[in-house]
Ligand binder design. Sequence first.
Ligand SMILES: Nc1nc2c(c(=O)[nH]1)N[C@H]1C(S)=C(S)[C@@H](COP(=O)(O)OP(=O)(O)OC[C@H]3O[C@@H](n4cnc5c(=O)[nH]c(N)nc54)[C@H](O)[C@@H]3O)O[C@H]1N2
Ligand SMILES: Nc1nc2c(c(=O)[nH]1)N[C@H]1C(S)=C(S)[C@@H](COP(=O)(O)OP(=O)(O)OC[C@H]3O[C@@H](n4cnc5c(=O)[nH]c(N)nc54)[C@H](O)[C@@H]3O)O[C@H]1N2
Ligand code: SF4
Ligand SMILES: [Mo]
Length: 680
Amino acid sequence: MARTTVLGCCPLDCPDTCAWEATVEDGRVVALRGSKRQPFTAGALCGKVNRYLDLLDGERVTEALVRRDGALVPVSLDEALDVAAAGLRRAIDEHGAESVLPFFFAGTQGILQAMGLPQRLLYAIGTSRLDTTICTAAWQAAARQTFGASIGGDPEDLPNARLIILWGANPLSTGMHLWKYVLAAQRAGAHVVCIDPLRSGTAERCDEHVAVHPGTDAALALALMRVIRDEGGVDEGWVADHVTGWPELAARLEEWPVERAAAICRVDAETIRTLGRRVAATRPTSINVGLGLQRHGGAGAAVRAIMAITALCGDWRFPGGGLAGITGGHFPEMPALALAKRAGVVYPPVRTLNMSRLGEVLNAAADPVKALVVFNCNPAATSPDQLAVRRGLERDDLFTVVLEQRLTDTCGYADVVLPATMQPEHFDLHDAYGHLYLSWNERAVDAPGSCLPNSELLRRLLLRLGVDHPVLHRSDLEVARELCEHAGVDLDRLRSEGFVRVGPARGSAPFADGGFPTASGRIELADPLPTYVPPHEATDDLLAERFPLVLLAPAGRFFLNSTFAQLPWHRAKQGPPTVFLNPVDAASRGIETGTVVRCHNDRGAWEGLAEVTDATRAGVAFTLKTQWPSLSPGGTNVNACTPERDADLGGAPTFHDNRVEVVVAAGAVGRGRVQTTGSR
Ligand SMILES: Nc1nc2c(c(=O)[nH]1)N[C@H]1C(S)=C(S)[C@@H](COP(=O)(O)OP(=O)(O)OC[C@H]3O[C@@H](n4cnc5c(=O)[nH]c(N)nc54)[C@H](O)[C@@H]3O)O[C@H]1N2
Ligand SMILES: Nc1nc2c(c(=O)[nH]1)N[C@H]1C(S)=C(S)[C@@H](COP(=O)(O)OP(=O)(O)OC[C@H]3O[C@@H](n4cnc5c(=O)[nH]c(N)nc54)[C@H](O)[C@@H]3O)O[C@H]1N2
Ligand code: SF4
Ligand SMILES: [Mo]
């Protein structure tokens, strides 16, 4: 039997973008394993992706579907594309091209099959554009203001750090390959701190856990800087040469005595002082700014204040010191839109709509969206204010096309479903947000049924819409070649090796002598000065009278957003929808582990089991994102409660800035089947 090994990479929305090797036998992928050659992946995929074949070989959408008499029925791909094009054409003719909205995210992170696609194809029709804010918008906006780009340090240099602060990040669950570098640093004597309202799996394994109140991190950061300043920890020479705004910030710190922050953050003043002294005294310090902490009303200010700490003590002088987190700014640009424009495609000026406000967008009275083209995301499960989103998706006058690999909740609202390929069935090119390897994903097998890559499905739609320019019809390989040429990357070498390293050399401390990608080349702290912007709900005492619990909904280990959430093995590992409550909150509500509960606020409600745990303090509850609503009791998930309200920067969402009440579910008889998940 012919066996081949094909190089590829994990497409999922995870910082690690693992390099993998697919074993192909008789036209089928029979095994997938992490590449041993790629240093970051180092031979290991995570637990959920070790079972990727469950997804590949499981229930798929393999034929096109069109809604007839309320039900989705299989039709030929050509017929489905005709129906899709006719629906879009009607919206365009009657309401203008801006009434069409492409809605997409990072279900695959591939440059060919994801973010660049509407820019290259759909936007040429003059559709509305999408501001892709749902995940990292506040982080990235704060990084742009401060450093000019998202230049999180090379994780492979982390073992040099002697103090590591994991701030609002849970890498053991959400990007586990970082952990070997944390452990290496720890073995070499580093102190590892986790700042998180919850004792996450990561917090449990750190040397110190600081349980900050949700949404108050900026106050903590300002007080830490005050201690650093007062302890003489500021590297005045480096700051004078490479930082703008320190004198103004230093003056502002007068407003931030440790006691003030301690009260806001609900953390001991002594804990703050000790940590501040530790930062002042330890070189290099690495601060890994996670994404969990930026899903609050004051997210931009919080990320910026934390980033400012990295500017003060000279940490950027050392490999492994300074900022850690999103590394995307080190990758060469591959600007699909600019390249298509250069080749003569005309993109009309249009409005941009914020994806984190899909409910508002779909229910708007003026200039409503009349047609959606959804791909690489599952908004019926993952967008905030689920009931508003659902009301919008249910509109009779909304025409919805969904490109999918499986029948998600979002497909339940589709007029047309187009069958999409999975990673081993198409080519792609991947940058990463947690390391410095550009990866190539070689096509390994034929796709089942009528499945085609997003790129080809959208090209065929374009043709039917009469949009014609030679550039829009280039094959994926031609596009990859063009993008790589623009970026100075040798595609043939990339294809044969599977990955190439980009950005600064290992161990190089690229900003030791400044040269940040801001206009001035300096770290910019002045405009605006780091400050504390309170969260919308988490510190609202009036709202707390009705909704006493702040509900966080971070990532669990065995789903990736809503991906895997329909598979038996993954569901068994992750456990059912669960509200984790502190013993005090549980007892005062007559709730025990296993009680069926209802979690609600003015936006909506969802049901699940309770689990009593001391991993959170009284007043802060949590659950794990993101179950499929249709597979959940009551037909909703946590996003029935989450707010559709922007953070202070970047139009970012505020999933964790969410007050609720939890009660024993009406009509709940006895206890549900309990599973202690251990999957945080
Ligand atoms: N297994 C798995 N891996 C994933 C994902 C997944 O769903 N499952 N999702 C992927 C995606 S899309 C992303 S964006 C990343 C996210 O990866 P992470 O950055 O790790 O984000 P989260 O898990 O959302 O949150 C991390 C931690 O932030 C804490 N947190 C919440 N609010 C606050 C706060 O106000 N302050 C502080 N200091 N901490 C707070 C949470 O309690 C949580 O433990 O992970 C990716 N990786
Ligand atoms: N409560 C709460 N909600 C959250 C979050 C939270 O922390 N709390 N986190 C938010 C975050 S960080 C994110 S990033 C979003 C993510 O939300 P989504 O982007 O909706 O992520 P997924 O649920 O993984 O959905 C991805 C979908 O893309 C499909 N897909 C994958 N590859 C392809 C492909 O090649 N072609 C096509 N056509 N489809 C493909 C998959 O089948 C899957 O259904 O969720 C957000 N929602
Ligand atoms: S989900 Fe993340 S850790 Fe798991 S295989 Fe994919 S890239 Fe690697
Ligand atoms: Mo995300």
